[in-house]
Design a protein around this ligand. Structure first.
Ligand code: TRP
Length: 446
């Protein structure tokens, strides 16, 4: 970002925004969460519902969120207050901040585990022997802390420019590496059953829970419903095309998720593993695939390194949103804000880390139908809160800001949007809020 005359940062170019937004969107959500949720939700049917949710619910919400950010040039709390000063809409902004911290607190645990795998495969390469990482409680907490510190350092330095430049090389490299792993998986005997399981919808498997999981996964994967896209949109200049950027991010993000599925499930079936293994799915499956690959250790290092980078651009966006609030609204110095929020996230995340390492009270806790502190956090913040936030954002657009204003904001840099504006408003007014509300209501058994 370069400093604009307003004193706030601004993306140096349209590509800068797309890369940062795609960097926020593409991460563990695509490569770790999408396969594990799809695995628990029955495969092909889930994938189909997911694609429908992305196109008809998430994409319209994405355009609304970015346009509110660009129109107000504010963080989530500031944006709602800028449109309607002194009202309780600010609490929607606070919800976004709490959600961001909540997600970051367990997301960074998985990110730390990915980094740990990278380091551990590195040791294997140097010392020989098998990939030794077991994830004791100490090492899980330490890698979690290290990942948070890395995130803090990036956000303090505001080295977005550096990240922009790196992601131009590393993102395509991640795609290529994944293609290589997919190819190896497809050559394992029995893998076709996995392809079929992943791509053929069995409609009898679609129920309320599958639909909720798919919709929430769409919000999670696209970083929607907690003000991340709003904040990134606030750094856009008025000339930059929200429509093109939004569509591009959605397409790219969805492609990566599908590739991740093709990387995991053929191998799951060929190796006789359980697709519904849950949050540990990729960590159980991929090492077996790497073990069967020529040069597998090197590929494993490369893959877990690139996945760590993809996770870092996502954790940066989560931390950046919360930081922007303290800096903009409370005038805290940037570095103080980042360290305080990072420290708080570490404390909140410790139980998730202990759960991941299998430490008793945390891994056996059962709440809201989920077992384990980690799964409970993922359900509350990664599912419920994002759906609720997106629903409230639609209501804010409809009743307070005015969808014609939102449409005008998009149209001002994308004249072509005028022909789509009516359809878009129809979706944001009816389709998105009603379907989110119905899905949430089914969840609570209403
Ligand atoms: N979308 C990211 C991923 O798929 C995770 C993420 C980053 C996120 N920022 C977010 C999720 C904001 C929800 C809201 O890995």
């Amino acid at each position: 970002m370069t400093s604009a005359t307003s004193g706030r940062g601004q993306w140096s170019s349209q590509l800068g925004f797309v890369l940062a937004a795609a960097g926020s969107a593409v991460g563990l959500g695509n490569i770790w969460r999408f396969p594990y949720v799809a695995g628990e939700s029955g495969g092909g049917a889930f994938v189909l519902v997911y694609l429908v949710c992305v196109a008809f619910i998430a994409l319209p919400v994405m355009l609304l969120e970015i346009s509110l950010g660009r129109a107000t040039q504010k963080n989530p709390v500031g944006a709602f207050l800028a449109v309607r000063p002194g009202t309780s809409w600010r609490y929607l902004g606070y919800l976004a901040l709490v959600t961001g911290l909540g997600i970051l607190s367990y997301y960074a645990v998985i990110a730390g585990k990915v980094a740990a795998y990278c380091v551990s495969y590195g040791q294997t390469l140097v010392q020989g022997g098998a990939h030794p990482y077991h994830g004791t409680s100490l090492s899980t907490v330490v890698f979690f802390a290290v990942f948070l510190v890395l995130t803090v350092l990036v956000v303090v330095g505001g080295v977005q420019r550096g990240i922009e430049r790196w992601s131009k090389i590393l993102m395509p490299l991640l795609v290529v590496t994944m293609l290589g792993i997919i190819l190896r998986g497809l050559f394992l005997p029995g893998s076709m059953a996995g392809v079929q399981w992943f791509l053929t919808p069995d409609f009898t498997k679609i129920d309320g829970r599958v639909v909720l999981n798919a919709m929430a996964q769409a919000f999670f994967s696209l970083s929607l419903g907690m003000g991340a896209m709003l904040t990134y949109g606030s750094y856009l200049s008025k000339r930059q095309d929200i429509l093109r950027c939004g569509v591009w991010v959605v397409v790219f993000d969805t492609l990566i998720a599908i590739l991740a599925g093709l990387m995991i499930f053929p191998a799951v079936f060929a190796l006789g593993q359980n697709p519904a293994a849950g949050t540990t799915l990729i960590f159980q499956v991929l090492p077996e695939v790497f073990a069967k690959m020529a040069g597998g250790t090197g590929i494993a290092i490369l893959f877990f390194f690139l996945l760590s980078v993809a996770a870092l651009t996502s954790t940066v966006s989560l931390l950046e949103v919360v930081t922007a609030y303290f800096v903009d609204e409370l005038s805290w110095p940037r570095s103080r804000a980042v360290w305080v929020v990072g420290g708080a996230t570490f404390i909140v995340g410790i139980p998730s880390a202990l759960d991941m390492a299998g430490v008793a009270p945390y891994s056996s806790l059962t709440l809201v139908g989920k077992t384990g502190f980690f799964a409970v956090m993922d359900f509350l913040w990664g599912n419920l809160s994002l759906a609720l936030g997106s629903l409230m954002l639609c209501l804010f657009g409809i009743f307070v800001w005015g969808l014609h204003r939102a449409a005008a904001e998009i149209e001002s840099s994308a004249p072509f949007f005028s022909s789509l504006s009516g359809t878009w408003r129809f979706f944001v007014r009816w389709v998105c809020p009603l379907s989110i509300a119905v899905i949430l209501a089914t969840l609570f058994g209403l």
